[in-house]
Design a protein around this ligand. Sequence first.
Ligand code: IVH
Length: 686
Amino acid sequence: MQALREQLHHHAHQYYVLDTPQIPDAEYDRLFVELQALEAAHPEWVTPDSPTQRVGGKPLDQFAAVRHAVPMLSIRTETDTESSGAIAFDARVRKELELSETDPPVEYVTELKFDGLAMNLRYEHGVLVQAATRGDGETGEDVTQNIRTIGQIPLRIVATSSGGETCTPVPVPEVLEVRGEVYMRRDDFEALNERQRQRIAAGEKGEKTFVNPRNAAAGAVRQLDPAIAAQRPLSFFAYGVGEVTPPKHGGPSFSTHSELLQTLEKWGFPVATQVGLAQGATELVAYHQRIGQERDQLPYDIDGVVYKVNSLALQQRLGFVTREPRWAVAHKYPAQEQLTTVVAIDVQVGRTGKLTPVAKLAPVFVGGVTVTNATLHNEDEARRKDVRVGDTVVVRRAGDVIPEVVSVLAEKRHSGAVQFSMPRVCPVCGSAAVREEGEADYRCTGGLFCSAQRKQAILHFAQRRAVEVDGLGDKLVEQLVDAGIVNTLPDLYCLGLTALAALDRMAEKSAQNLLDALQNSKQTTLPRFLFGLGIRHVGEATAKALARHFGTLDAIMDAPLETLQGVNDVGPIVALSLRTFFDQPHNREVVEQLRACGVQWPEGKPVAAGPKPLAGKTLVLTGTLPTLGRDAAKDLIEAAGGKVSGSVSKKTHYVVAGAEAGSKLEKAQELGVPVLDEAGLMELLK
Ligand code: IVH
């Protein structure tokens, strides 16, 4: 039984903390069931640190109070979002330590400030005996039953290291309190809310959705029934310690905070990989900026970074002011979520006629900008989140991502708020709006009769990545279409100075600028023109592939379905969309008129329709080839009918490796994928 426990402990750590399972889940389950059977036969040998005991106990009436052996402090927060927070902190530390300008920079540990709940985990003789919330810092609540359900938290710490055989084992103190943050990952949060919505829809009483991951984590930690807590996926990061009494024979002795974190990691606790060292204020500022950029890609929420003086001796010299250490500070980022109210739900019409419901919001400052709109994506999404006019909602804006409604505060809903439904006619032109089977979107069937679609089509054509008409923005397009001056793309090139200058807010100078920009736009390239036409499913990459393959627009316009499908990245849907577009006489007319207006591009030669020795083959390029550039190699492979992929898998047919090939080459060898050099590739192409 002991051996089984140790194996399960090891594999749980590999799985939950290191993210590198060594055995299949089914094998883990088999070991687990075996241990459960032995424990059922010998209940007297069940230990509290057994992996079977994560979900144990009965529901509680209330949590017991826990007095912290060492108070749980808070940290001073710098709320400014610029670099000055880091500079001010470093200046205070240097002043307290009476350092002069000529003294070297102070060394800091830089950490993430997780947005969860502080937790104290108490281990006695290596066994988890108690988990307590921070409470008021002096007294917290005993939430051990719930915390035991978190797979990342060891129920028992062993002196052997988890970092591989080369690390020296560190003996475990008699009493060790590990402090850190319990949190919920964003994907776990989404999945939990989805399950909650289904429960509510199924009429289950007392269920609700959660506002954000922090709120969901707090709810799970303070859940009186551990069986329910076990279904709420929580995670943990360690960032410090509370009471520590050394073991009898030579315990760990730390002189820096970073050593302490490394040891916690060896003992099996998750420590964020973003932890770093910084020398002085400049490096603190750099860390704050770097994490600010990476923040959106993290799988969990942070609300800032934390700086801590690394030397424990210096920490001691700096001491505390009231309840905050002088040696640490939290440096915040602007909040990415805010509450606001939904003023209206509008339906916007896109270039392809797609109807998008958009929540119009009372203006709110979030993620560094004022937000007044948040997309609800489509009918299903709007229904799933059940956003209604008048609702109080959580809006999230992370980085450059478009603002989103995360959730609705159901308890704040006014009676009589009506469920949203998509209009069955286009709100702009009144044509029927239809949702085709298997599609998420409603589309206006008005085509270019719909002024909204006309406007979007013109904007699409004029954008920088298409033919680029500098200065032709949405306000101007709106005016031109609404005034009936521009109805089709060719109309753009018939614009005259007088008509333009007569428009509102249009001076002669800007009218002339627009005419110049239109003149400049006439000299373009085939991929830009093709992309600019706004054919459904034909993005920039597809337009490039088509241009490369066929060389001329006429060849593309006349290509039969099968030929189109022979182009790299063009599947049946894209091919059909191209065919449908060019089969419409009025679309061909638009192309002819644009050409007649002087829009032109250099035409190329079609890629020889010769044999395709690499048809159906996937290749991966890695390292530097002796003569071929990466793009050239890719072009050759694609011209031969092959596909170039970015990563090696079992489905890869060949890896072409040059000098300084890295992990892709290793992966190929591991999977037994044939590896070629440049000469080998040339041989294949023959
Ligand atoms: S250290 C004496 N480090 O922020 C210093 N706290 O006011 C004690 N927090 O709710 C805290 N990430 O749970 C520290 N890397 C981190 C942290 C962190 C988040 C939370 C902590 C507490 C608050 C501190």
